[in-house]
Design a protein around this ligand. Structure first.
Ligand SMILES: C[S@@+](CC[C@H](N)C(=O)[O-])C[C@H]1O[C@@H](n2cnc3c(N)ncnc32)[C@H](O)[C@@H]1O
Length: 235
């Protein structure tokens, strides 16, 4: 588990501050999310953070009929939950199921917990060596929203997400590429590879994908080259 250091700051915060401080090191990034946890929701709102909204729509569009009929019983796992923005989007879309989650930055986790929107929100890192602390075949939906960039949740962990999904359950995640952190497009190649590996894995298939806008506003700091939301279904 990475050491968590809270760095006080007293200046006005911009989204570019977060982007500029993130890098390929998970421990650094967890510190950054802890540092900006209090401002995270306001920054996301000001920029018009769109992905969670699109991801929920893609989920609702692809939810099997059997789950739609028993929405109250649907169980969602939110991986790298942040402050719980995706749960708020699910609720806005009248999704009545329940949410568990896991989040690596304690201060982000604390904010999400205060909202009282998760049944079980664990504080912990998801890495190749720390698989998800949840049982096999448990969830109807698993979401990983804006957390698969370098120095965050390793893309290989998507295979463990399949493990905790029930048969016919949906796995939704977005793969995004910021020009600032991937100037020569190397990460984009890795993205194609992981999606191909998911297909080859044989436990799930891609049922839908959506080339989504990341924010309402754009700037030189968070120019997004591409942001695709993938929806896989477990066989
Ligand atoms: C850009 S935020 C997205 C948060 C949330 N999913 C959302 O859509 O608002 C990325 C989150 O992933 C968390 N995170 C990054 N790497 C992680 C890891 N390996 N395990 C658990 N959480 C991680 C960060 O602490 C941060 O809260």
């Amino acid at each position: 588990m990475a050491t968590q250091v809270i760095i006080p700051h007293d200046k006005e915060v911009h989204f570019s501050d977060i982007v500029n401080e993130l890098n390929e090191n998970l421990e650094n990034n967890i510190k950054v999310y802890n540092k900006y946890a209090d401002e995270y929701d306001d920054l996301a709102r000001d920029l018009g953070f769109k992905v969670a909204n699109h991801l929920v729509k893609l989920c609702m569009d692809n939810l099997p009929e059997s789950m739609k009929k028993n929405l109250d019983k649907c169980r969602v796992l939110d991986v790298a939950a942040g402050t719980g923005l995706i749960v708020e989007e699910f609720r806005a879309a009248r999704f009545t199921g329940s949410f568990d989650g896991i989040e690596g930055a304690n201060d982000m986790c604390a904010i999400a917990r205060k909202k009282g929107i998760y049944s079980d929100l664990r504080s912990g890192l998801v890495t190749v060596d720390n698989p998800l602390p949840f049982d096999d075949n448990t969830y109807d939906v698993v979401v990983v929203c804006t957390a698969l960039t370098p120095g965050h949740v390793p893309k290989e962990c998507l295979f463990d997400c399949i493990r905790v999904l029930k048969p016919k359950g949906l796995l939704l995640f977005n793969l995004s590429h910021f020009e600032v952190s991937d100037p020569d497009g190397e990460c984009m190649k890795c993205t194609k590879e992981i999606v191909e590996k998911m297909h080859d894995d044989g436990r799930c298939e891609c049922v839908d994908e959506f080339d989504a806008q990341m924010f309402d506003l754009d700037s030189q700091y968070h120019k997004v080259r591409k942001n695709v939301i993938h929806c896989f279904q477990k066989n």
